[in-house]
Unconditional design. Structure first.
Lengths: 497, 123, 80
């Protein structure tokens, strides 16, 4: 038991509460937010692997002091190994994902504090609260605890959008909460059905019950639970039919907010997808369903991206399209496929944050995000334009950047699993993604500046440039040495097969 | 009785969920939509409570004059009840967020109609 | 008669929900959401969950209707 495991969740929550109280004390807010954000990616590196049992209630089999005096009614049955406490599991895959989430959160907070005139304690509160809840979703081995943080993460995303002051943000936020209040209780109903069948909310114990015949695995109630949990998963990760509202949510947030929301979405999708695979992978069509939804997400999101005129909307749809790759990786169900999917998730979180913050500089200088009114940004700041172009290349999967490695792995996995069609579709859609990105890039940066466009003379903050360069460096490192991430992710992947 | 209280309670939970989803999807007034959403949450909570209920059982409080085996056989299952406590609070807080948004939107659009406020897709 | 009280409560829950939703006066609808809330609180008591019943009694029959009523008073009273 490593005491740092709960600290990963407690620290951002505590810091968020303080930031909310300290709102208007600008200096204090800035220092506290930066320090907390800096610590966030460092903690997972220092933490040892293991499980944390809240309240110290380890399973009886590991707790000999209590187990001694108990009757054989308890020690002789499965009650002996079941987990009585909320359990957080920290392993190598969680380490990579929480580290990357911490990095994205750090740069999002860093740019947010420097791009806005006054640092807002409330905004930082929302960002940290969301980060804490997504970290908890990644760690939690308790499906109800996961539901609670799922709701908090949804509310934090809505809060980030409400705080953005973009036109029509309240409408989008209300739509998102209303849909969330249909999807959230349905997810809870799915969890309730699992609890009703197995009598447990701990995922490891649920799997034990299903695998060892304590409950009938072909019970139709389990099917219904799968359906309801999948519905909650679709909502949380913005897969169809929720892709429209999710991309609207990105476009109504400020660029750093959108970067962070996208990281939340990616990791929420991975965490819930892994749980669906862990519990229900014995049902043959569960993987088929994941692949079908992911393909739909790929095709629908990318085709929607082509027709948009607002570059934030284009980016939102492209980012959601990338989620499809993760889903295909998970759905393939082989070790290589799942590793590739998880690696793609890590890359995706970094690259979309890179893109959102990069394109955010356009918004910062022109106060418009309509591609029809934009142009000629290249000549004002060519360095930022180059960085944004590199981000786009990274997303499309150009070597030596990171998404190349994960997409290559995905295609290899699809060939290995005997479905080369998926590989072909992925390559084609990757090309379409790149074309859509280049079209947006051309209209914003390269074509002549429309005469009515006003480019303000604000200097782009150093913090933004630093963040962009840092993201580029991470992309390069992961692209050149993918085994740093994949070797850690592989353990989780092989445990799922 | 032909129908046991537990079965009937499941039906009640189901009808609350269905009424709630109907109201959330098909009623135009935003306040009514949100009332519907509150009913979905209530329905799910009732469903979970009903799962933990044991017909003819006792409340899960261990009193000094009980034996362990007797308690284990007759007490209702407390885990779902613990979950519902959290779920009720989450429901109330999201409700507050939604109502706050509705108040702001009413000021801007001078209307509570969902088709007017949320209907057309703007960028 | 007392053994039927659970069924009566279930009936009032569903009927209260429907009645609240068919009001044209939103303030009435807001106050009427207290009926299913309070019935659920009693029902939880009969379903052997006294602690949940306490919470539901406060949240469902007092806080939630007051939230709705406040929202209605700050927006508009009649459904258009």
């Amino acid at each position: 038991m490593d005491p740092f495991i709960p600290i990963m969740v407690i620290l951002p929550i505590a810091s968020a509460l303080f930031l909310n109280l300290l709102h208007k004390n600008d200096r204090t807010v800035k220092i506290l937010a930066i320090v907390t954000a800096l610590v966030l990616p460092i903690i997972p590196l220092l933490t040892g692997y293991g499980s944390h049992y809240f309240g110290g209630y380890a399973p009886l089999s590991q707790n000999s002091a209590i187990a001694q005096g108990l009757p054989s009614l308890i020690t002789g049955t499965q009650l002996f190994i079941f987990h009585p406490a909320i359990t957080y599991v920290f392993a190598s895959a969680q380490k990579v994902m929480i580290f990357i989430l911490g990095i994205v959160a750090f740069f999002a907070v860093f740019t947010a504090l420097n791009e806005t005139k006054k640092p807002s304690g409330v905004y930082a509160f929302l960002m940290f609260m969301g980060t804490a809840s997504v970290i908890a979703i990644l760690l939690s081995d308790d499906i109800f605890n996961l539901y609670v943080f799922f709701e908090i993460a949804a509310l934090a995303q809505v809060g980030i959008v409400i705080a953005s002051n973009v036109k029509h943000n309240y409408e989008t936020a209300l739509k998102y909460v209303i849909l969330g209040n249909i999807a959230g209780p349905l997810l809870l109903l799915g969890i309730a059905l699992l609890l009703g069948v197995t009598g447990n909310v701990n995922i490891t114990d649920i799997i034990y019950s299903i695998k060892h015949g304590l409950v009938n695995p072909q019970n139709p109630v389990l099917l219904m639970a799968l359906g309801l949990i999948t519905f909650g998963w679709l909502y949380g990760s913005g897969l169809p039919p929720f892709h429209t509202i999710k991309s609207a949510l990105y476009s109504k947030a400020l660029p750093h907010g959108a970067a962070l929301i996208q990281a939340f979405t990616v990791f929420m999708m991975v965490a819930l997808g892994v749980i669906i695979l862990r519990i229900f992978s014995y049902l043959p069509f569960s993987k088929m369903a994941i692949i079908a939804v992911s393909l739909l997400a790929l095709v629908l999101s990318i085709t929607m991206a082509i027709v948009q005129t607002d570059f934030k909307r284009i980016l939102g749809y492209l980012a959601l399209g990338e989620l499809g790759y993760i889903g295909i990786g998970l759905g393939l169900g082989t070790t290589l496929g799942i590793t590739a999917g998880l690696f793609q998730a890590v890359n995706e979180a970094i690259i979309t944050a890179f893109l959102f913050i990069g394109f955010g500089t356009v918004l910062y200088k022109t106060r418009t995000s309509d591609t029809r009114k934009l142009g000629g940004m290249m000549f004002k700041n060519p360095r930022v334009a180059l960085l944004v172009l590199l981000a786009g290349l990274a997303m499309a999967g150009v070597p030596p950047l990171n998404a190349f490695q994960s997409k290559l792995m995905l295609i290899q996995a699809s060939l290995q699993a005997g479905v080369p069609e998926l590989g072909i579709i992925m390559i084609l859609l990757s090309i379409v993604t790149f074309m859509t990105f280049m079209k947006a890039f051309y209209t914003i940066y390269m074509r002549p500046k429309p005469p009515e466009l006003v480019i303000h003379d604000y200097k782009i903050p150093k913090a933004t440039i630093i963040s962009l360069v840092a993201f580029l460096i991470i992309c390069l490192i992961l692209g050149l040495f993918p085994q740093i991430a994949t070797s850690n992710l592989q353990t989780l992947a092989s445990s799922l097969v | 009785m032909v129908l046991s209280a537990q079965l009937f309670s499941f039906f009640t939970a189901g009808s609350l969920i269905v009424i709630g989803i109907f109201a959330a999807l098909f009623l135009d007034n935003l306040i009514k939509k949100i009332i519907g959403l509150a009913f979905i949450g209530d329905g799910v909570n009732l469903f979970i409570i009903t799962m933990g209920y044991k017909p003819g059982g006792i409340v899960y409080i261990f009193l000094p004059n009980m034996t362990i085996s007797n308690f284990a056989q007759t007490a209702s299952y407390p885990l779902p009840f613990a979950l519902v406590l959290t779920s009720i609070v989450i429901g109330a807080s999201t409700l507050a967020v939604m109502l706050g948004l509705v108040i702001v939107l009413n000021k801007r659009h001078d209307s509570l109609s969902a088709s007017k406020i949320l209907g057309d897709e703007r960028d | 008669m007392i053994e039927y009280i659970e069924y009566v409560l279930m009936l009032t829950t569903v009927l209260g929900a429907v009645i609240a939703l068919i009001q044209r006066d939103l303030l009435k609808a807001a106050i009427l959401t207290g009926i299913p809330g309070a019935s659920l609180a009693f029902l939880y008591q009969f379903l052997l969950a006294p602690d949940v019943a306490l919470t539901q009694a406060i949240v469902g029959s007092a806080i939630v209707p007051v939230f709705f009523a406040l929202a209605v008073l700050r927006t508009r009273r009649m459904e258009e």
